[in-house]
Each structure stands twice: as structure tokens, then as C-alpha cells.
Write a protein that binds this ligand. Structure first.
Ligand code: GDP
Length: 472
């Protein structure tokens, strides 16, 4: 209605345009920026957004240069499967736990920070691979300062090595190359350097600009040097943050714990987070009840480049969501509610903006089919991984749409959404609530439960092949 009156056209015309985009809008529907731009364009208008208009944004003040202090780099490890990303992350995490520290490693929280022998801190995102990196970037989160690209010396530069390098380059994140598994008898470091050179990644001793370190995640050889090279790279970036203000950061992971409620791992990027702070993260909010470091030890406050696990949010935000501390509970709740409303409305519509022509063309050849899917799971990481793989199953004949994905039990509202949009529900390591199960039975909504991502993908793939129209 607002948009129609701004453009001086009839509301029905705007609603009709929305429908063309696959959005079944009511007169009071909130539309996202992209949709508004497309629709305005159809009526011959240009759109300019002013920040003040967006009630879902949090205003973040600029820092005075004199308040800025050095902060530790935040590092992501990427590379081809089996080249040793997880082993490296594990080795660094475990070798840095000083003897006698209570409990040792108690909990995987998606990120950790360590002190190098030179007395400097480095923080790691503990979710290897560029999927997590990309999922975060897709939400606009720029959290990684330096990327370590791992290549196994007994293997070769592989497709995912190239992909990882590409992701880092596109994001403008500096790289350090770690040539891993040098303890193996068949390791061939020079071959790897040559293959890197062939894709324009010239390492320093080949006269290039990329720092490179031979390491073994098995024996620990070279790992301290690798960390020093990361620090050197970080020095050039002059990473700074103001620790003396309300915390801001990014959600790394969130999950529902049966006993403790929602556990959210956040990477603090500036400011200091304290117990009792009112936080807003994505579409959720709450008061910080408790915080833990990656060793499972309670902390009272946490500053820049520190990952913490916090308790107190009213739901699970998504990896990559921005995290802010708000003045009042009420302010946090208002924004969280508005964001949730927008998310809900957006999940009611088909994500892919298909044009009329395209629908017509596909209908004309009699092969237009879409598969709507709702994905629920226990941790954000697996939901993202599963959703990404499912989307990749899309073919010319069948488009897979993930119309909703979230952490938590399969709820009544999931089933209602599935009913309204003719979707199936996939649960990964979660089950439906009793009510949800009842409604699903009544409405004949299919709920499939999995504990292995691979099984979910394969089953859906088979189903899609069955759905294909018989070829004549
Ligand atoms: P990812 O898929 O990149 O996370 O690779 P992993 O960390 O799971 O490692 C794949 C396999 O290589 C595992 O069996 C590891 O034990 C082994 N591995 C990793 N790093 C080394 C290393 O430096 N030396 C040796 N010998 N084996 C390694």
C-alpha cells in the first residue's frame, strides 16, 4: 500500500507485480529491498534507500582513531577435502592448552583463540572449509582477516584448493599457504609450489608474494612458524578495534541444548561483551546469562577477536548474523520482532525470482516443476551444508527451493508453512514436536528425518528423478 501510494499507482497493480515475482502479497505486506527495487523499476521508478528508513538496522557509531587498539587476526582454514584442515585446527587448538587447565577440551564451539610462542593472539574459526566462509559472506559478514590455504604435499593442487583460493581472492582476504603432510615419505613440496605457480600463486621462494610454510598436522612440524607468518600477514593489515564500547560481532554457530537452551557462539569484533548485556543477534534477542571460552571455562567479559559461547538468547540466530548490544530490552525486542516478521514473510514466498516469460516457456514445454523444501536441524552448520547441497540438485526440469531453514525442533508453524506452500520437511538430527506430528498427519505433509547429510541428499535426488516427467 505504501509503495503504491508513493508511486501513485493502484495497490492491485503492485500486488499483481508481486505475484509475477512469486510473492503472494497482502495489502500490508512488508517487502524486502530487492523486491521493492524490482517492482519500482517495473513502474519506471528508481529507488534510493535512506538508512533512517530501515527499522531493522542497528546504528553503529564510528570510532575515534585514538580509541583503536591492536586486535588479534581472525583466521579461516580452507583447502581440498582430506588435505588436513580439521587436523590442523585440532593440532593448534590442542597443543595450546596448557597442561593443568581444567577439563582440557570440553566443547567444540565453532571458534577458538590461542597464544603463540611470541606472545601474540590468533583467533580461528573452527569450521573448516569454504562453505562456512561463503555462507557467512553471503550474509554480508566479513569476519576472516587471513585465510590459510592447506595443500597436502602427498597429493596435488585440487579443484577445492583452487576454489578456496578463489573465495579468498574474491573476498580480498590475504592468504598464507600451508603445505601439509610433509612428514609423509611421498611428500613433494616442490611439485605443489609448481602447481601453485601454474595457477598464478607464486610463493615467496619462487619469487612471488605469497608466504608459504611446510607443516605437519601429525607431528606439529612448522605449525608455530605458520602462526608467525599469519601474524606477519596480519601486521600489514593493521587490525584495530575499540574495546571500550558495547560489543559488536558476528554469530559463528548456534544450537539448541536440551538443558541449557540456546547456545550461541559469537566472535566479538569490537567492544567488550559483559554478563547482563542485552544482545540482539539476527532475529533473536536476550540478556547474556553466562559466557564460556572454548575450553568451557566461564568468563565474565570478552573483548575484540575473542570467540565466546553465550547463553541467554530466545532462539538460534544464523551463522553470519550481526550481533549488537542494545540499550534496552525493549529496543532489542522490537528490532528482533521486525526482523522475524520479515523473515517469516520472505520464507512464505518462492526464493527464486522467476519471470512470467520463463514460467510460460517451461509450462509450454510441459515440464515446469518445483520442489519446496523446509530444512530443520540441530546446528546451523549442518543446515547450511545440507541446504547448499539440496539447492545443487536443481535441474532444468526441477527447481529445488529451500523456503525455510532454521535450527530447532520441527514445529507446528513449520508444518503449516509446508502445507501452505506444498513443501516437504527434512529434519537433520531433530524430531517433530507432538503437535507438529499430529498436524502433519492430518495435512498429509511429509516429514523425513535424517542423521546423515549424505542420506538426505541421496533420497531427495532419487525422489526428484522419480518426479521427472517420462521422456517420450
Ligand atoms: P580435511 O578433510 O581437510 O579436514 O582433512 P583431515 O584433517 O580430516 O585429514 C585427512 C586425513 O589426513 C586424516 O586421516 C588425517 O589423519 C591425515 N592427515 C592430516 N594431516 C596430516 C599430516 O600432516 N601428516 C599425516 N601423515 N597425515 C595427516
Amino acid at each position: 500500500n505504501d509503495l503504491a501510494s508513493l508511486m501513485d499507482v493502484s495497490v492491485n497493480d503492485v500486488i499483481a507485480k508481486c505475484m509475477n515475482l512469486g510473492i503472494f502479497a497482502s495489502i500490508n505486506q512488508r517487502l524486502d529491498a530487492e523486491t521493492i527495487t524490482i517492482i519500482a523499476d517495473e513502474f519506471g521508478y528508481d529507488v534510493k534507500f535512506t538508512e533512517a528508513d530501515d527499522e531493522t538496522e542497528v546504528f553503529e557509531e564510528e570510532d575515534n582513531p585514538e580509541d583503536l587498539k591492536d586486535r588479534a587476526p581472525i583466521v579461516t582454514i580452507m583447502g581440498h577435502v582430506d588435505h588436513g584442515k580439521t587436523s590442523l585446527l585440532d593440532f593448534i587448538r590442542e597443543s595450546k592448552v596448557t597442561a593443568g587447565e581444567a577439563g582440557g577440551i570440553t566443547q567444540h564451539i565453532g571458534a577458538y583463540d590461542v597464544m603463540t610462542e611470541s606472545g601474540k593472539k590468533v583467533a580461528f574459526l573452527d569450521t573448516p572449509g569454504h562453505e562456512a566462509f561463503t555462507a557467512m559472506r553471503a550474509r554480508g559478514a566479513k569476519i576472516t582477516d587471513v585465510a590459510i590455504i592447506v595443500v597436502a604435499a602427498d597429493d596435488a593442487v585440487m579443484p577445492q584448493t583452487k576454489e578456496a583460493i578463489n573465495h579468498a581472492q574474491v573476498a580480498g582476504v590475504p592468504m598464507v599457504i600451508a603445505i601439509n603432510k610433509v612428514d609423509k615419505p611421498n611428500a613433494n613440496v616442490e611439485k605443489i609450489k609448481e602447481q601453485l605457480a601454474n595457477i598464478n600463486i607464486l610463493v615467496e621462494d619462487w619469487g612471488g608474494k605469497y608466504q608459504c610454510q611446510e607443516v605437519s598436522a601429525k607431528t606439529g612440524q612448522g605449525i608455530e612458524d605458520l602462526l608467525e607468518k599469519v601474524l606477519l600477514e596480519a601486521e600489514v593489515l593493521e587490525l584495530k578495534a575499540n574495546a571500550n564500547k558495547s560489543a559488536v560481532g558476528t554469530v559463528v554457530e548456534a544450537e539448541l541444548d536440551k538443558g541449557r537452551g540456546y547456545l550461541t557462539t559469537i566472535m566479538i569484533q569490537a567492544g567488550t561483551l559483559k554478563i547482563g548485556d542485552v544482545v540482539l543477534a539476527g532475529a533473536h534477542y536476550g540478556k547474556v546469562k553466562a559466557m564460556f571460552d572454548h575450553k568451557g571455562q566461564k568468563v565474565k567479559e570478552a573483548g575484540p577477536s575473542t570467540p565466546v559461547l553465550m547463553l541467554g538468547l530466545d532462539g538460534a540466530p544464523q551463522a553470519g548474523d550481526r550481533f549488537n548490544v542494545m540499550e534496552t530490552d525493549r529496543e532489542a525486542r522490537d528490532i528482533a520482532n521486525k526482523r522475524e516478521q520479515i523473515q517469516r514473510e520472505q520464507s512464505m514466498r518462492t526464493k527464486k525470482h522467476i519471470t512470467l516469460d520463463e514460467i510460460g516457456r517451461r509450462l509450454a514445454i510441459g515440464s515446469f516443476k518445483e520442489l519446496n523444501v523446509i530444512v530443520k536441524g540441530d546446528v546451523d552448520g549442518s543446515i547450511e551444508a545440507l541446504s547448499d547441497s539440496l539447492l545443487k540438485l536443481s535441474t532444468e526440469e526441477i527447481q529445488v527451493n529451500i523456503i525455510h531453514k532454521a535450527v530447532g525442533q520441527i514445529s507446528e508453524s513449520d508444518v503449516l508453512l509446508a502445507s501452505a506452500s506444498d513443501a516437504i520437511i527434512l529434519g537433520f538430527q531433530v524430531r517433530p514436536s507432538q503437535n507438529a506430528r499430529k498436524i502433519a498427519d492430518n495435512e498429509e505433509i511429509e516429514i523425513r528425518l535424517y542423521s546423515i547429510i549424505y542420506d538426505a541428499i541421496n533420497e531427495l535426488k532419487d525422489a526428484m528423478e522419480g518426479m521427472l516427467a517420462p521422456t517420450k
